[in-house]
Design a protein around this ligand. Sequence first.
Ligand SMILES: *Cc1c(COP(=O)(O)O)cnc(C)c1O
Length: 392
Amino acid sequence: MNYAINEEGFYGEFGGAYIPEMLHSNIERLRLNYLDIINKPNFQKAFKSLLKDYVGRPTPLYLAKSLSEKYGCTIFLKREDLNHTGAHKINNTIGQILLAKELGKTRIIAETGAGQHGVATATACALMGLECIVYMGAIDIERQAPNVSRMKMLGAKVVPALSGSQTLKDATNEAIRDWINNPEDTFYIIGSVVGPHPYPDMVARFQAIISEEMLWQLEEATGQNYPDKIVACVGGGSNAAGAFYHYLNDERVELVAVEAAGHGIHSGESAATSVLGTKGIIHGSRTLLMQTKDGQIIEPYSISAGLDYPGIGPLHAHLIDTGRATAIAITDEEALDAAFMLAQIEGIIPALETAHAFAALDKMKIEKSDCIVVNLSGRGDKDLGTYIKRMK
Ligand SMILES: *Cc1c(COP(=O)(O)O)cnc(C)c1O
């Protein structure tokens, strides 16, 4: 089995580009050019140099001693929380903004859930001197206030999405609408491995730096360049895609994708797409999504804004559908417990999204000999309000 994307932009039966006619020429230009641009030595040089000196890569692969002791195995944390702006999202926005510049675009739009992608995009735009408009659900604007202020301070315009559940999927709809109205000068920086081809593949390639580093960091730390298991939380799936990327075809490595079960998988307030999802089309790609029998999207729910999405990227739909990846769903409560556990035994406050990945350790079958990498996708500063409520 090969898990790479095919010529038509599909992972198995998932992916493709189901887009309105108005976006066709834009997406087609991107599709025809993205690999040539990304693979140019000059592009790679600029990308790698910014990742190193601006983002702060390579991020450490940290042997978490207390956590390893607790679970009776060896656990490494891939410290994406130490990136500039506090999460993995910046790897992708740096890549896409360089691409946008190559294509001669002057105006950048983005959608954001937790605000991390919005901040990462606003940061990249400030760095490159490009206009930046970020669409964000009105509810998310409320629950992620510090990130909204950051985006504004960085010079971005934050536009509230007032439809639907006023969260990530609605912000995405607004961003797509903007792009349809401004196809010439505007580049849409998508924040996860979702959307029409070539976005899922493009974003996965930019995030692949995570597992590219893991290869040599594991070799250095253990004498073996692969772990037994990689655990990552999945909203759209970009941090997981980056952490899995160089191990996709290495069946020795078990891939664990952790979703948000909200108040419980079957509570009606959940975002556990791999359990509740069925095949359909969302935001331009065929994937697994939460929908009613007649194709209406079911409003997702999670305590973490970054996992509050009714679909998953087509790569993950394929990995889960074929059994290559195992999906685990974690409730709000379990994630909160895990965040406090990690803070107190390792001195690391994770993002709420990332806390779901740590909670999954309780649900996995772990052998003493296991070497596990948990992708620590982001830091918890933005979630302090939620954590404070928990301490009262
Ligand atoms: C956005 C975000 C996520 C979820 O997005 P993916 O594309 O699934 O990675 C996870 N963790 C953090 C810290 C985030 O900011």
